[in-house]
Design a protein around this ligand. Structure first.
Ligand SMILES: [Zn+2]
Length: 349
């Protein structure tokens, strides 16, 4: 429900976020003992690479996004990979005029896909070190949610656990083989987090309603890393929430000092207090959210999605808003316009 008002004021949110840089930072200096504790705690957050990549701007899901680029891969929010066939350096037309023929050289496939029948297929690269991390993480998911993980035989959509320079994953089932990378420093907890992305979870601090729970101190964020603190709406993503409030204990939440440039907190609770990174296991809130996304099916197959008025969804690669049982797309020049789908493409009505 919260989604409704945010969906309608999408451009206003971006404006508000840039203004919030002016928030006074009145937190006192922290001593060295605290800094050591912070350093240890912050080692728990996931990064696709320990080095900062080149910051580039790309178009994804009809929105311009700042990302870090590593060897041609686009990494968003530290450890989220964007599917290369959906990313473009030039602005891509995502909605066409009524009589226009879409160019077919650009995929606008779905994002944030759910795994059908609550079943996630996977394979593990033979060279991946400490494969017990993967087995333990999978066992944790199976014992706490309605998801099943099945070793892939010939299925075309599956997660491939492979070693890499850090911990990273795509969000949701993207179709085909999708990597979860794990360097030797990624723990079982980090692996549970990356699987969380692969089954459709974004970072908890990206919730559209996070302003009710936390204050972002933009002045303390490492330069070029501000995009780690964008909300779903600012990312051009589906802003649907599966739980009613931000969960500080979530396995998908960063800590107060994540991406700090100066040892001061980048995020604090509304009362000014700080919070730690939790990477032990899924929180009660995580389990509630996941079970809303993947309800117990009793073995039956998944049904057609039900679209709720006032909610936004990512369909065929763009974020669209359901309103009066029709679809609307926000264009930065035209504003809201009604759109319809035909053969996997969006058209203005
Ligand atoms: Zn992550």
């Amino acid at each position: 429900m919260k989604n409704l008002k945010f969906a309608y004021i999408l451009p206003a949110i971006a404006l508000f976020a840039s203004c919030s840089k002016d928030n006074p930072n009145e937190l006192e200096e922290i001593d060295n003992a605290e800094l050591t504790e912070i350093a240890v705690n912050e080692e728990n957050i996931e990064l696709a690479s320990p080095d900062a990549g080149r910051v580039a701007e790309v178009y994804f899901a009809g929105q311009k996004l700042p990302v870090e680029e590593f060897n041609g891969e686009y990494v968003y929010q530290g450890d989220i990979l964007l599917p290369p066939d959906m990313v473009s350096k030039e602005e891509v037309k995502v909605v066409f005029e009524k009589d226009e023929t879409p160019s077919t050289n650009k995929s606008v496939g779905r994002t944030s896909g759910r795994w059908p029948n609550n079943t996630v297929y996977y394979a593990i690269d033979g060279n991946l070190s400490d494969q017990n991390r993967v087995h333990d993480a999978i066992r944790h998911w199976e014992s706490n949610t309605n998801l099943k993980f099945v070793q892939r035989t010939s299925q075309s959509n599956y997660i491939y656990f492979v070693s890499g320079s850090g911990c990273s994953s795509y969000v949701g089932m993207i179709g085909g083989k999708q990597n979860i990378t794990l360097s030797s420093s990624c723990s079982t907890g980090n692996t549970i987090h990356e699987i969380g992305h692969a089954v459709g979870l974004w970072h908890e601090q990206s919730r559209v309603d996070r302003g009710n729970f936390i204050t972002i101190n933009y002045d303390n964020i490492q330069s070029g890393r501000e995009h780690n603190f964008h909300t779903y709406s600012q990312q051009g993503m589906d802003g649907k929430e599966y739980t009613s409030s931000l969960d500080f204990g979530s396995l998908m939440m960063y800590g107060s000092y994540s991406f700090s440039s100066n040892g001061k907190p980048t995020m604090v609770k509304k009362d000014g207090s700080t919070f730690n990174v939790q990477r032990t296991g899924l929180s009660t809130g995580d389990k509630t959210g996941i079970n809303n996304m993947y309800p117990y099916s009793g073995g039956s197959s998944t049904t057609e999605p039900v679209y709720v008025n006032g909610q936004s969804y990512v369909i065929y690669g763009i974020t669209v808003l359901r309103h009066n049982d029709a679809w609307y797309y926000y264009h930065r020049v035209y504003g809201w316009r009604e759109v319809v789908t035909r053969s996997g493409y969006w058209y203005y009505k």
